[in-house]
Design a binder for this molecule. Structure first.
Ligand code: CP
Length: 330
């Protein structure tokens, strides 16, 4: 694979996406062993550079790097010299000087990961762990891995060519619900799931859809009950990003209870989902707002599975970007 960074799903072609997902499956196979650690990245150093809060992404990138035997340096903007005004550029130069071999970055500004990778400040692979409202590529990959495990087209079907673009998740129908406007998860998922052949419908109030969404490769529905009546295979509830709403002055919906009534996955809607449908959420969940506890904790919720798959996807991304050509992955 010729990738030097992982900044956006839009940088991937079909084969590269499949290579990442197949490699993640190979990594998953190693994670059921008693000894989970692989020697692949021994002697390499991965820096986790987090300018925004994170639980799942930061911890799973750390776990992924450590399972590949890399050394990990965790940098959090809180408590660092960023509070004294240090720039992204000077932070990058400092990391390179400390001998980093790859940088994982989360930043509140859309485009920060691209800038770090392409500004010429340093010469290291950059993995985007979420930039503003733009992209969160490893989240989309872990979501696709989760969906593949439930709905992947039967590879033995003689009527389809398994390597033809768009066949991997062909026929899978995914409904993504909620705060699309602020969601890098929604953008990344629309890009990746449609690349893999799935059909995606976004459901949101008009105030929570971005300008230009009609150009995206998906359908739009303003009515969650209608979207559920189409019998999707998966429903992905998005977090209502109240921190970005208050920064923008609020006013995106009348009240939390009205949002929940119109766009929450409540008990009644959950009961109307097809029996085979899975419930997804990237986390962290606002229980009682976008999703009820019964749905979040049900046997059809794959939220915990998504987190486990996140470690495997991040192992795959680090392996493909950092391991020398021909290095064994087991
Ligand atoms: N899904 C996700 O990015 O979660 P964190 O913000 O906890 O990393």
């Amino acid at each position: 694979m010729s990738l030097t960074h992982l900044i956006s799903i839009r940088d991937l072609d079909y084969r590269e996406a499949i290579t990442l997902l197949d490699t993640a499956e190979q990594m998953a196979a190693t994670q059921s062993r008693r000894v989970k650690k692989l020697p692949t990245l021994h002697g390499r150093t991965v820096v986790n550079l987090f300018f925004e809060d994170s639980t799942r992404t930061r911890l799973s990138f750390e776990a992924a790097a450590k399972r590949l035997s890399a050394d990990v340096i965790n940098f959090s903007a809180k408590g660092s010299s960023v509070s004294k005004g240090e720039s992204l550029k000077d932070t990058a130069l400092t990391l390179q000087a400390m001998g980093a071999d790859a940088v994982v970055v989360r930043h509140s500004s859309s485009g920060a990961a691209h800038r770090l990778a392409h500004a010429g400040w340093m010469n290291l692979p950059v993995l985007n762990a979420g930039d503003g409202t733009h992209q969160h590529p490893t989240q989309a990959l872990l979501d696709a891995m989760t969906l593949r495990r439930h709905f992947r087209r039967d590879a033995s079907d003689p009527n389809t060519d398994p390597v033809a673009p768009g066949t991997d998740l062909k026929g899978a129908r995914v409904v993504i619900v909620g705060d699309v406007l602020h969601s890098r998860v929604a953008r990344s998922n629309v890009d990746l799931l449609t690349l893999l052949g799935a059909h995606v419908t976004l459901v949101a109030p008009p105030t929570l859809l971005p300008v230009g969404v009609d150009q995206w490769a998906c359908d739009i529905d303003y009515d969650l009950d209608h979207a559920i009546s189409t019998e999707p295979d998966a429903i992905m509830m998005l977090r209502v990003q109240r921190e970005r709403m208050s920064a923008a002055g609020g006013g995106f919906f009348p009240s939390p209870s009205e949002y929940h009534a119109a766009y929450g996955l409540d008990r009644q809607r959950f009961d109307r989902l097809p029996e085979h449908a899975v419930v997804m959420h990237p986390g962290p969940m606002n229980r009682g707002l976008e999703i009820c506890a019964e749905a979040a904790d049900s046997a059809r919720s794959v939220v915990v599975e998504q987190v486990s798959n996140g470690v495997c996807v991040r192992m795959a991304a680090l392996y493909l970007l950092l391991a020398p050509e021909g290095t064994s992955r087991d």
